[in-house]
Design a protein around this ligand. Structure first.
Ligand code: SAH
Length: 343
């Protein structure tokens, strides 16, 4: 078996390790800062560590960086990266720059189990969970190539289902949060889920001020099941109840993502159902016009139908914004990320 990657350790675990080799615990903080604040990709670069410790680290731990196989820049400035991992699995990551923020959209699994009928990520099936180190590796690579090294927001909306890789996800989030780590506040980190109810309940107990986004997409049990097979296991009404409980427990607003598909989800009836479902809830709705994926037959609605849908929701007291696609020309928009992409 190869060595474990050092980026799979929390700060506490790193302290334990440093103690176990009879070094002063503050060395753990130094290593952590090298890894995350300064984005060091090699132990040799950790100059203020004693040579002996650097050598020991190298003997005990791997420090591997995902390799960029290709990258594509959209005309709107969005950059899509295709990374290859040690076992040749491939994942995509997207940097979405805007005037006031730099957002990285991160993958949490190679492939996806959930097979939503509009999403490219599920087409090749599920391959495996990504390790904590592999998730952080994506973020650190993007940070290192970003001028000033400042990333403001992280969204777990790439390939895979973040809550299906729960332990690694939470470990990553704590490293992102840590002042000695990347120091990105939980409020700037979004987890998007297809609706794994037990994990939503667990997340509510973590005491983190995260942004939670729920991929809703269907306004009734039948439509949601057609679009998202996971809705058979975790039905819509139970999901919405779990969301209400989550809001009560965390005092945080939830975002519902709702894909707009011509004649299916973008109808007057759907707007009325959605309004009823979300009535009185501390939430907002992100309307995502369907991005075309070749394998599926759906079509996006017209601009006018999109606006009408938004107006109807507004009239029902539901705050909704339309999310304009970014990076569509390089297949980096929502739902276009694939497990084994070629550019
Ligand atoms: N598994 C998580 C994370 C993926 S996030 C989840 O389901 O939330 C990706 C977001 O893009 C989700 O809201 C997803 O439903 C949406 N999406 C997927 N395919 C899309 C498509 N073709 N067009 C627009 N949005 C899509």
């Amino acid at each position: 078996m190869g060595l474990q990657d050092i980026r799979n350790l929390s700060l506490e675990e790193l302290v334990q390790y440093v103690r176990s080799v009879d070094e002063n615990p503050y060395r753990a903080t130094q290593v952590f800062e090298w890894l995350y604040k300064r984005g060091a990709g090699r132990f040799e670069a950790m100059e203020n560590l004693p040579l002996g410790l650097r050598e020991r680290l190298k003997k005990n731990w791997a420090l591997s960086n995902p390799v960029v196989v290709s990258q594509a820049v959209s005309h709107d400035g969005t950059i899509k990266f295709l990374f290859e991992l040690n076992d040749k699995e491939r994942v995509e990551t997207v940097l979405i720059p805007a005037a006031s923020r730099k957002t990285v959209c991160v993958s949490t699994q190679a492939g996806c189990k959930f097979g939503c009928r509009f999403c490219a990520s599920g087409i090749g099936g599920w391959r495996r969970d990504l390790s904590c180190a592999e998730i952080l590796g994506q973020i650190l690579h993007v940070k290192n190539i970003t001028p000033g090294g400042l990333l403001s927001h992280i969204v777990f909306m790439g390939t895979g289902e973040p809550l299906d890789n729960y332990d690694n996800l939470l470990k990553v989030i704590r490293i992102l949060n840590a002042p000695q780590g990347l120091h990105i506040a939980a409020r700037r980190i979004t987890i998007s889920t297809c609706g794994l109810i037990p994990k939503i309940k667990q997340l509510a107990q973590e005491g983190l001020q995260l942004e939670l986004a729920i991929s809703l997409h269907g306004s009734n049990q039948e439509t949601r099941t057609v679009l998202m097979p996971v809705n058979k296991k975790y039905p819509l009404d139970d999901l919405v109840r779990a969301c209400r409980d989550y809001i009560r427990a965390t005092k945080r607003q939830i975002t519902f993502e709702y894909i707009l598909i011509k004649d299916l989800t973008c109808t007057p009836r759907a707007a009325a159902e959605l309004g009823q479902l979300l009535k009185g809830m501390l939430c907002k709705v992100n309307l995502i016009p369907y991005n075309k994926v070749e394998e599926f037959l759906y079509e996006p609605p017209s601009r006018r139908d999109i606006m009408t849908f938004q107006e109807r929701l507004k009239a029902l007291g539901v705050h909704a914004t339309v999310r304009m696609p970014r990076g569509r020309d390089v297949a980096a928009a929502c739902g276009q990320l694939r497990h084994s992409a070629s550019f």
